[in-house]
Design a protein around this ligand. Structure first.
Ligand code: ARG
Length: 278
């Protein structure tokens, strides 16, 4: 059974522009629609037997706190806390750190203490079958974060291999907008978001497990999906993608999240798996 952290969207809004999706969207979020959409995602996950932990009392000045994927990299009961690239989100780290500590996670604030940018599970995703952690860099997480993520893994999950993935497309500024390891060992991804070198490395490591998405599906945040056993929860998928996934035994569950896309996020960004064990 998975445990997932979400944050009740009491103060979700677009109040600044720190990624291309947010441009010209200041003040455009409909609070009530956004709340309903979040609730619907919550209910879908609940019906899939996910154990949900919810942060409440979102402060007005931290509208992006709902994107809990960015809180930390959580693995084997340890949380490597994010240090956000933009000052608009930097104080979120304190709240996430405190919250994870109250849940008894061992937290590590190396990136804050050393002023290196790292945006948690938004840029660090584990492929469990091969035990490979993919670390994205280029827009938010800094290239030099790699060394400490490696040290952290050596301490908390020594058998996990780490690979570095260069993001080159500003619309796909976090790894979780263009790469999603599924519970069954397949990976959906958007090739145009990555450098040539990274694509070669993916091909070497993941071979026939890689499923590319069309631009249309990628722009619908198809890769920003939550995998729960044979289900994949996402904003919206084309017929073609649904068939592709059906062919590998995966059922797509759509949950409209267009209010969050105004901010550059979707299903995966709104969740953080706390139960990752390697
Ligand atoms: N507005 C937020 C930001 O720009 C969206 C974060 C989306 N999170 C994610 N894990 N991709 O930081």
């Amino acid at each position: 059974m998975k445990t997932i952290l979400m944050c009740e969207p009491k103060a979700f809004a677009v109040n600044y522009e720190i990624n291309p999706w947010m441009n010209f969207n200041i003040g455009k979020v409909n609070y009530f629609v956004a709340y309903k959409q979040w609730e619907n995602l919550y209910k879908i996950l609940q019906n899939l037997n996910v154990n949900l932990v919810v942060m409440r009392n979102q402060p007005k000045d931290l509208p992006d706190l709902v994107f809990t994927a960015n809180a930390a990299l959580v693995i084997n009961g340890n949380a490597l806390i994010s240090h956000f690239a933009y000052k608009e989100r930097q104080s979120e780290s304190i709240l996430y750190n405190d919250f994870l500590r109250t849940l008894q996670f061992k937290t590590d604030t190396y990136f804050i203490d050393n002023d290196i940018y790292f945006e948690g599970a938004g840029d660090a995703l584990l492929e469990k079958h091969k035990n490979i952690l993919v670390l994205g860099y280029g827009f938010r997480t800094e290239k030099k974060a790699y060394n400490y993520v490696k040290n952290f893994l050596e301490k908390v999950s020594p058998k996990t291999e780490l690979i570095h993935a260069e993001l080159i497309n500003p619309d796909f500024y976090h790894l979780d907008t263009c790469f999603c390891p599924l519970d069954n060992g397949y990976i959906i991804y958007y090739p145009e978001a990555f450098s040539k070198k990274t694509l070669n490395e993916f091909n070497k490591k993941f071979e026939n497990k890689l499923i590319p998405l069309s631009k249309e599906d990628a722009m619908l945040f198809g890769c920003n999906a939550v995998s729960v056993d044979n289900n994949l929860v996402l904003n919206k998928a084309s017929k073609e993608l649904k068939t592709k996934l059906q062919n590998i035994g995966v059922k797509v569950l759509e949950s409209s999240l267009d209010q969050y896309i105004l901010s550059g996020g979707s299903a995966k960004c709104l969740t953080l798996e706390l139960s990752l064990l390697v």
